[in-house]
Design a protein around this ligand. Structure first.
Ligand SMILES: [Zn+2]
Length: 164
């Protein structure tokens, strides 16, 4: 911009990098809507997994016993609920017998696998949520830095108003 060139020559103040500012502003709406789409996809994945995952781990019995077929149990941590296998007594753990039938074993293993997917998706969702919150906070900071009036009432102001 020509105005900045003029005052930079007069004042010897470092020129402002308008090209970078323009580029950052240009990409911002897409960057935020992409984040929103990703957050939405993660929530969908979590909803899909929510009722059908297992929080336990595999535990095999009779793997070396002569004349016995190996049997699968699912062991859960103490005081840990499982959407599939229920809620333990206080201080206890849920132990679920699966047995040796191939289909039952495959179903149990798939549920444990979904449990790991659920954990990963939840961690990713929390991280992304924090990123977006931090991004939103920084957007507010831009307005404060430039001494602009906020075009909207922020949530924080609303909360303060409600509690007053
Ligand atoms: Zn379970």
């Amino acid at each position: 911009m020509t105005t900045s060139i003029k005052y930079n020559n007069v004042t010897k103040i470092k020129p402002i990098d308008w090209a970078t500012i323009d580029t950052l502003i240009f990409h911002l709406p897409t960057a935020f809507s992409d984040q929103q789409i990703e957050l939405h996809a993660l929530s969908e994945q979590i909803i899909e997994l929510r009722e059908t995952y297992c929080t336990g781990t595999e535990h095999w019995r009779d793997t070396n016993a002569e004349g016995q077929t190996p049997k699968l149990y699912i062991i859960h941590h103490i005081n840990t609920n499982c959407p599939l296998h229920g809620r333990p007594e206080p201080g206890k753990r849920i132990r679920t017998y699966i047995g040796s039938k191939r289909e039952k074993i495959a179903a149990a293993q798939a549920a444990i696998e979904r449990g790991q997917q659920y954990e990963t998706a939840m961690a990713e969702l929390k991280r992304k949520h924090q990123d977006i919150e931090r991004g939103a906070y920084n957007l507010h900071q831009i307005y404060w830095a430039l001494r602009l009036d906020l075009p909207i009432k922020s949530n924080r102001q609303e909360e303060n108003h409600d509690s007053a």
